[in-house]
Design a binder for this molecule. Structure first.
Ligand SMILES: Nc1ncnc2c1ncn2[C@@H]1O[C@H](COP(=O)(O)OP(=O)(O)OP(=O)(O)O)[C@@H](O)[C@H]1O
Ligand SMILES: [Mg+2]
Length: 418
């Protein structure tokens, strides 16, 4: 039995629930939602309703208010199974808003289901539990990478202690390849690929079939794979459609479902400034670097390191870290990428209020000025908002690469600054 790894979302979840009557916590399968809820909202203070349980689900469908009477602190797990329950929750909240606390959880983004967002409009706050960050996997306190960037005035604020040890490259490859879902924590390396195999099969049979009964599972699986192979690239529906041999509208439908179940994310372009020459189509990321590696066909750590996809896998890892960090900020920060039609590019743009920072990822130990070209153009074009640009690399040096542009070791993401 693996001991409990504290989650960075814990304080946010507790606080949000004390401030609002309904919190909707969603996340991909196996990110640790049930474990987290049982821990933060324990019985008997909280009543726990699991809609995977057939009796409870029948009751939820037929006499939902009966399921909820007698308690004003309720956790409803697997809520996507019986969305009817939400109308009963709404009644409960409207009856006694000040004392009712409900946590609604599930593996589908309930707020994307139209009826749910209408039912709970103005009553619910939505949080997402994602794969574990590197810091969570190592049971470290949060490093506070983004808050430090947004508060930075210059290199001296961003320096990391000299001589701090980097994570050995094999360890990093292992983290990338394994992925960050908690059941993978204690699994021996030889069992990881089989675990992902079962994960994807269960996802298809259970979640895809539930929400889209007519989908062809073999087509769906091939769309997942084609998407993984395009990790970090611009999304082009017709190119996926051609590869897989299904229509572009089907690809779009399958990707919508993958996104609604938190398996995949479309990263939108940052297009605040007026320049017309910006690329606007979204980029493609799987929710977990381990899932990306499994689907793209890299079965072990060595093959991940040698793969054409090594760069995109690393981007996935950084993206995962930034997503969790962004949701820890108040208000939450938003993530984008940035690219011009003449190919100046920044991998990630983090927008927080009126400020932005650019984050570029490079698989090099020795970054130079040329590697920061995209960041330089980005900062130049977003002068009024941009705080700084950072280039994360695999070496140990902290270096200034231009005005407000800094090269930092990748490990700063989980080790933090001074
Ligand atoms: N913080 C944690 N530390 C250690 N192990 C964890 C942690 N969270 C979850 N696990 C383990 O990971 C597995 C999956 O967790 P859990 O069932 O909570 O996920 P879930 O998101 O509810 O999954 P599903 O969507 O399939 O219901 C469990 O075996 C659990 O013991
Ligand atoms: Mg669960």
């Amino acid at each position: 039995m693996i001991e409990y790894h504290p989650r960075y979302l814990e304080p946010v979840l507790t606080e949000t629930s004390s401030d609002h009557p309904v919190v909707v916590l969603t996340g991909a399968r196996q990110t640790g939602k049930t474990t987290l809820l049982r821990r933060l909202f324990p019985a008997p203070t909280w009543r726990y309703v699991d809609l995977d349980d057939l009796d409870q689900r029948d009751l939820a469908a037929e006499r939902p208010s009966e399921l909820l009477t007698g308690s004003n602190r309720i956790v409803i797990d697997e809520a996507q199974r019986e969305p009817e329950i939400l109308t009963a929750i709404k009644k409960l909240v409207d009856h006694d808003r000040s004392r009712t606390k409900v946590i609604v959880s599930g593996s589908a983004n309930l707020l994307l289901m139209k009826r749910v967002s209408e039912t709970l409009a103005g009553r619910a706050v939505h949080l997402v539990l994602r794969s574990m960050t590197v810091g969570e996997r190592l049971r470290r306190p949060r490093a506070g990478f983004l808050p430090a960037l947004f508060a930075s005035e210059g290199l001296s604020d961003l320096e990391t202690p000299p001589g701090r040890a980097l994570m050995p490259p094999q360890r990093l490859q292992e983290l990338l390849w394994r992925g960050g879902l908690p059941p993978l924590l204690g699994l021996r390396a030889g069992a990881v690929a089989r675990w992902w195999e079962g994960y994807v099969a269960t996802y298809l049979e259970r979640d895809v079939t539930l929400q889209s009964p007519l989908a062809s599972l073999s087509d769906f699986r091939r769309v997942m794979k084609a998407t993984a192979l395009r990790g970090g690239q611009l999304l082009n529906y017709s190119s996926v459609a051609r590869d897989v041999g299904v229509s572009a509208p089907s690809v779009r439908r399958y990707l919508d479902l993958m996104e609604a179940t938190h398996m995949f994310i479309r990263l939108q372009a940052y297009a605040r400034n007026r320049t017309k020459r910006l690329i606007k189509s979204p980029k493609v990321y799987l929710a977990d670097s381990g899932l990306a590696a499994f689907l793209a066909g890299d079965p072990d750590r060595r093959s991940v390191a040698a793969s054409d996809m090594a760069g995109p896998y690393l981007e996935h890892l950084v993206f995962q870290e930034l997503l969790t960090e962004a949701s820890r900020l108040v208000p939450s920060a938003a993530l984008y990428y940035w690219r011009t039609s003449d190919n100046y590019e920044v991998d990630f743009v983090v927008e927080w209020g009126r400020k932005v920072v650019g984050v570029e990822v490079k698989r090099t130990k020795n970054p130079g000025y040329g590697d920061a070209l995209g960041l330089r153009v980005f900062l130049d074009e977003n002068r009024d908002r941009a705080v700084c640009g950072v280039l994360l690399h695999l070496g140990r040096e902290v270096r200034q690469l231009g005005e407000r542009i800094f090269a930092l070791p990748l490990d700063t993401l989980w080790d933090g600054f001074k």
